[in-house]
Design a protein around this ligand. Sequence first.
Ligand SMILES: C[S@@+](CC[C@H](N)C(=O)[O-])C[C@H]1O[C@@H](n2cnc3c(N)ncnc32)[C@H](O)[C@@H]1O
Length: 172
Amino acid sequence: MEDPKATLERIVNVEDLKAALEKIADVDPLEAVLEIGAGHGYSARFWLDSVGATGRVVSVDLRNRIWPTMNFDSRWELIVGNSTDLNTVATVAQRAPFDLLLIDGDHRREFLACDWAFYSPFVRPGGVVLFHDILHPLCLGARTFWLAFKESHECETFAWDKCGVGVVRITG
Ligand SMILES: C[S@@+](CC[C@H](N)C(=O)[O-])C[C@H]1O[C@@H](n2cnc3c(N)ncnc32)[C@H](O)[C@@H]1O
């Protein structure tokens, strides 16, 4: 069985996001990020470090589970709510547009479809949507969603270790 510390490090590593960011280096500016699924705050921390001093990150999650060690500043905002709730969508709409959307909330197929439908319109033309864990062996919903999605959308599958990131560019 895997050592719990190793498991934690594997779960919270953002190496896949780092690599994905290199792939989308042409997205300019990258100043406004929306993420569905804040978890303990690792990806939000990563985006805050990427968007620069004038950037901003908006995270949506069912509850606040951010670890205090993340040291977030006023560039970060948490919207507590269910991403599929229309009140949440309306709140996020007031913060749009975004340069990048990360979908990393509920990994069941119907939730991914919902998050894409509700939040991708808030990404500006030239921006990008990233789907997390689309190749993860334990995320069958995400895998199934992506298999169907990539048949009907122009997108790129980016394999990283066991996870994988789906990249969709918004053309307008
Ligand atoms: C895989 S974790 C996100 C990890 C995070 N991006 C990080 O790097 O630490 C998934 C998160 O999505 C949240 N979540 C699940 N279903 C959701 C929903 N319907 N609406 C909003 N957040 C949801 C969970 O509470 C959980 O914190």
